[in-house]
Design a protein around this ligand. Structure first.
Ligand code: MOS
Length: 767
C-alpha cells in the first residue's frame, strides 16, 4: 500500500519564513495610519517652542480663515472632556501624565498646544502654521548639571524600587589590591520607527474605534476609556501591523484622547499623522544616564567589591526610571555589592521604554569597567568573566534557572577567532588602520505575563489562533502559528493567526521580550485542550482503533490522530466524534510569580511581567557574548566597524530564522547605540534639535560590514513549560561596551561617554 505524502510540517525551531512577509512587501498589511474611514477630518498638531512657562494668548483668526479648517482645539475651548489618568509606574496607563490642552501651562518643548482640524491634511498644516500663540517663557532646566532640577533617590520616587545590596562594598573596595573607579554616560536616544506616530478615531454612537500602532492594545483600550469617562467595552483598539515600535508604542500617549475628542465634536472620523520632528516630543524616548562604577578585585581577578551608582533624567511630574542595577549587580559573583539610582526631574517630556530600557545604559558602564579591570590585571577579558562566572546571583544567592554565559563567550570567541588578538592596545595594524577587538557580556531578564488565547480547529484542517498579542516586526505571527501547527498537527500555512485587536482575548503588551514565552505557552495549552477532546472521544468510541489507550498518549501530527505505537486515523474522522464543524478552545495561563489576580487584571489592561530578578525563589535571565572589530584610522581618526558577532543562549528557539534576524537587528542597534545614535539638546532652550532622520544618525549597510549571530543550544524547563526565554532585546545589550572596548584595544583611548565619535579621538594623547 502506498501512502500519500504527509503535508510538510514545520517543526519548532525550523527556519520558517515569516507568514506575514508577503502581506508586508505587497502593501496588503494595514498599519495604524492606513485605515480607510469615510470622510476623514485631518488633524495637525501645533507644539510649543518653549520648554517652560505659560501660554498667554492664542490668536487663531488667521488659522480659522484657512479654507477647509473646521475647528481648532486649544486649552481655551477644551471642556474637561479628558480626565487625568495615572502614569504607568503609578499603576495607570499613561506614558506621561503631562496633559496638553488641560491648562495654559507648558512643561516641555514640543508639548502639544493646539490641534487643528480640517478637510485636508494640507489645510490642517497650513492652519497650524498660522496660529499665533504668545508665551510667558521661564528659563528651563534642561537636565544634568542645570540649575533648578530636582534630584530624587530612586527609593523615594517609587515604592517598587529597590537598590540591590549585599555585604560591605565600601570596606571591600578600600581593601582590594586592584581597583577601578570610573564614570560613564549614555545619551538621549529616540526610537524613530519608520512608521510615524499616527492616530485615527471614529465614533459609532457610543462606541469608539482607535486605529493606532500599539504594543499594548488592551492597555490602550482601558486607558483611553478612563480618559474619556466611558466604559472599556465601548472602546476597540486595532493594530494588526506595526511599522517599528522599540518601546515607543508601549504606553498610551496623550494624543489619542485628543483625537477621540475631536472626532466626537465634529461627528466625523479624525486622522492624525504627526510629523517626524513632533514624534521626538509627543511620544517617549531613552533619557541620558550617568554612572559611577567602582570595582575592587584580587590579583586573580575575582571581584571583591562592586558598586554601581546610576543617574537618570526625567520630566517634572513623572518618576520614570529604568533602574538597570537590578541586572548589573547580578551578572558576576561578588561578595560585596552596593547600588543606587537617582532621578533628575527637568523641564522635558517624560522618557519611556526603549530597547532593553535598563540593560542597555546600565551594562555599558559595567562591561566597560570589566574591560578596564582586565587591562589593569593584564588578563584576557574573557578569562576575567570566567573567573567571576556564577550559578547563583550574588544578592540573595538565588539560583539561575540556567546560565550559558561562558558557553556564549567560548562559542563566540571561536567563531570570531579571538585567539588572533594581541592584547597590547595599538599593536594590531593594517597600514594606517589600527585594528581593535573587543567583547562584552549581554543579559536580559526572562519575563512572562498572564495571557489568554482562543484556538479553533476546523474539520477541513485549518486552524485559527486569536489573541490580542502584537507582532512589532519580531516574527510573532510566525512563531505563534508554528506552535499551533505543531500541537494541532496541521501545516503552518493552514494556521490563521490574528493579533493586535482589543476584541481578541487579552495578552500582555509586547514589552520586556515576553511575547513568545507568554503567548506560545497559552496557545499550546489551548491546542492541547482541543487534542484532549479529540483523543478522549476516540478512546471512548466504539469505532476507533485508538480506543482503550490513555488519551494523553494520543497526539496530532500530519493531519492524523496518532497513538504511541504509530497507528492512527485521519484527523477528520477523529474530529467528527466531537463536532461537525470546528472545535474551539479558550485558554488562560498565569505564569509563576504573576499573582492570583493576574488574568482578571489582564482583562482590565493591566499586566505584571514576572521573572528576571523579581522572583522569590530563583532568577531567570538569557545571556550572550558580543564581539566587535573596529578599525580606526591613525591620521584621520575615522572609525569603521567591519564586523560584529554575537553568541546567545535563550532556552528554546522557536524559529532559527526569525530569531537570528531579531538578534542581528539587536547587534546592529548595539553598535548604533555606541557609534551613532544621540539626540542633541540645545540646553539654553531645553529643545532637541536633530529631530529628523538626516541628523539623527543610524547605521546603514556600509557602516557595519558583517553582522553574525550564533545561537548556543540551551534547555531550561523551569522558566516555562516550553522552555522559552525570549530574545527580543538580548542582542543589543552590552554591544555598546564591546564597541568601546574594541576602540580601546585599537587606540589605547578609553571613551566612557557615548556616542563615540571621531572628535573624541582628535585630541587623544595615545593613538
Ligand atoms: Mo521593549 S523597550 O520592552 O518594547
Amino acid at each position: 500500500m502506498t501512502r500519500s505524502a504527509e503535508p510538510a510540517v514545520v517543526r519548532l525551531g525550523d527556519p520558517a519564513n515569516r507568514v506575514d512577509a508577503q502581506a508586508k512587501v505587497t502593501g496588503a498589511a494595514r498599519y495604524g495610519s492606513d485605515p480607510e474611514v469615510a470622510r476623514p477630518v485631518f488633524a495637525f498638531l501645533a507644539v510649543s517652542p518653549i520648554a517652560r512657562g505659560q501660554i498667554t494668548r492664542i490668536d487663531d483668526r488667521q488659522a480659522r480663515a484657512v479654507p477647509g479648517v473646521l475647528d481648532i482645539l486649544t486649552h481655551e475651548n477644551m471642556r474637561g472632556e479628558i480626565r487625568p489618568v495615572k502614569f504607568i509606574s503609578d499603576g495607570g496607563y499613561m506614558g506621561s501624565s503631562i496633559m496638553p490642552l488641560s491648562s495654559p501651562k507648558v512643561l516641555h518643548a514640543g508639548q502639544i498646544v493646539a490641534v487643528v482640524l480640517a478637510d485636508s491634511f494640507e489645510a490642517a498644516r497650513d492652519g497650524a502654521h498660522r496660529l499665533a500663540i504668545s508665551y510667558a517663557e521661564e528659563t528651563p532646566s534642561p537636565g544634568f548639571d542645570s540649575e533648578g532640577v530636582e534630584v530624587v533617590a530612586g527609593a523615594s520616587a517609587s515604592k517598587e524600587h529597590q537598590d540591590p545590596k549585599v555585604g560591605d562594598a565600601e570596606a571591600a573596595f578600600a581593601a582590594a589590591p586592584v581597583k577601578i573607579d570610573a564614570r560613564y554616560s549614555t545619551p538621549t536616544q529616540h526610537h524613530n520607527p519608520i512608521e510615524l506616530f499616527t492616530t485615527t478615531c471614529a465614533w459609532d454612537g457610543d462606541k469608539l474605534t482607535l486605529w493606532e500602532s500599539s504594543q499594548n492594545v488592551h492597555s490602550f483600550k482601558n486607558g483611553l476609556a478612563q480618559q474619556l469617562g466611558i466604559a472599556a467595552e465601548n472602546v476597540r483598539v486595532i493594530s494588526p501591523y506595526i511599522g517599528g515600535a522599540f518601546g515607543s508604542r508601549g504606553s498610551l500617549t496623550q494624543r489619542s484622547a485628543l483625537i477621540a475628542v475631536a472626532a466626537k465634536r465634529l461627528g466625523r472620523p479624525v486622522k492624525l499623522v504627526a510629523s517626524r520632528d513632533q514624534g521626538f516630543t509627543i511620544a517617549s524616548y531613552r533619557a541620558e544616564t550617568r554612572h559611577r562604577i567602582r570595582i575592587g578585585a584580587d590579583q586573580d581577578g575575582k571581584l571583591q567589591s562592586l558598586s554601581h551608582e546610576g543617574f537618570e533624567v526625567t520630566s517634572r511630574p513623572d518618576p520614570y526610571m529604568v533602574s538597570g542595577t537590578d541586572a548589573s549587580t547580578r551578572l558576576y559573583a561578588c561578595p560585596n555589592v552596593a547600588s543606587s539610582v537617582s532621578i533628575v526631574h527637568a523641564d522635558r517630556s517624560t522618557p519611556g521604554f526603549m530597547r532593553a530600557p535598563p540593560e542597555v545604559p546600565y551594562l555599558f558602564p559595567l562591561e566597560s569597567a570589566m574591560d578596564e579591570l582586565a587591562v589593569a590585571l593584564r588578563m584576557d577579558p574573557i578569562e576575567l568573566r570566567r573567573v567571576n562566572d556564577t550559578k547563583t546571583e550574588p544578592i540573595k544567592g538565588l539560583p539561575y534557572t540556567s546560565r550559558s554565559l561562558m558557553a556564549c563567550f567560548d562559542e563566540g570567541a571561536k567563531a570570531f577567532d579571538w585567539g588572533r588578538r594581541n592584547p597590547q592596545p595599538g599593536s594590531m595594524r593594517d597600514g594606517d588602520w589600527l585594528i581593535g577587538l573587543g567583547c562584552a557580556a549581554s543579559m536580559y531578564p526572562t519575563q512572562m505575563g498572564a495571557a489568554t488565547a482562543r484556538v479553533t480547529l476546523t474539520i477541513s484542517g485549518t486552524a485559527k489562533v486569536q489573541t490580542a498579542a502584537h507582532d512589532i516586526g519580531t516574527g510573532a505571527y510566525t512563531v505563534i502559528g508554528m506552535i499551533a501547527a505543531e500541537r494541532l498537527g496541521v501545516p503552518l500555512e493552514k494556521v490563521d493567526v490574528q493579533l493586535g485587536d482589543s476584541d481578541l482575548p487579552p495578552a500582555p503588551g509586547a514589552g520586556g521580550s515576553n511575547t513568545t514565552a507568554s503567548v506560545c505557552n497559552v496557545v499550546a495549552k489551548a491546542c492541547d485542550e482541543i487534542r484532549a477532546r479529540i483523543a478522549n472521544a476516540a478512546v471512548a468510541s466504539q469505532d476507533s482503533n485508538l480506543k482503550a489507550q490513555d488519551p494523553k498518549a494520543l497526539r496530532l501530527s500530519g493531519g492524523r490522530l496518532i497513538g504511541p505505537d504509530g497507528d492512527g486515523e485521519e484527523l477528520q474522522t477523529a474530529m467528527r466524534r466531537v463536532s461537525n464543524g470546528a472545535i474551539e478552545a479558550y485558554a488562560e495561563n498565569a505564569p509563576h510569580g504573576v499573582g492570583p489576580d493576574a488574568i482578571e487584571r489582564l482583562y482590565r489592561g493591566s499586566q505584571t511581567l514576572a521573572g528576571g530578578a523579581k522572583l522569590q525563589d530563583r532568577i531567570q535571565f538569557a545571556f550572550g557574548a558580543e564581539f566587535v572589530e573596529l578599525r580606526v584610522h591613525r591620521l584621520t581618526r575615522e572609525i569603521r566597524c567591519p564586523r560584529v558577532l554575537g553568541a546567545f543562549a535563550a532556552g528554546r528557539i522557536m524559529n532559527m530564522k526569525t530569531a537570528s534576524s531579531q538578534l542581528m537587528g539587536g547587534l546592529i542597534w548595539g553598535v548604533s547605540s555606541a557609534l551613532f545614535e544621540s539626540t542633541e539638546m540645545d540646553r539654553r532652550q531645553a529643545r532637541f534639535y536633530n529631530t529628523d532622520l538626516a541628523e539623527y544618525l543610524v547605521p546603514v549597510n556600509a557602516d557595519i560590514l558583517a553582522a553574525e549571530v550564533i545561537i548556543v543550544p540551551e534547555e531550561d524547563h523551569e522558566v516555562n513549560e516550553l522552555g522559552i526565554k525570549g530574545i527580543g532585546e538580548l542582542g543589543n545589550v552590552g554591544t555598546n561596551a564591546a564597541v568601546a572596548n574594541a576602540l580601546f584595544h585599537a587606540t589605547g583611548v578609553r571613551i566612557r561617554n557615548l556616542p563615540i565619535r571621531l572628535d573624541q579621538l582628535l585630541g587623544a594623547e595615545s593613538i
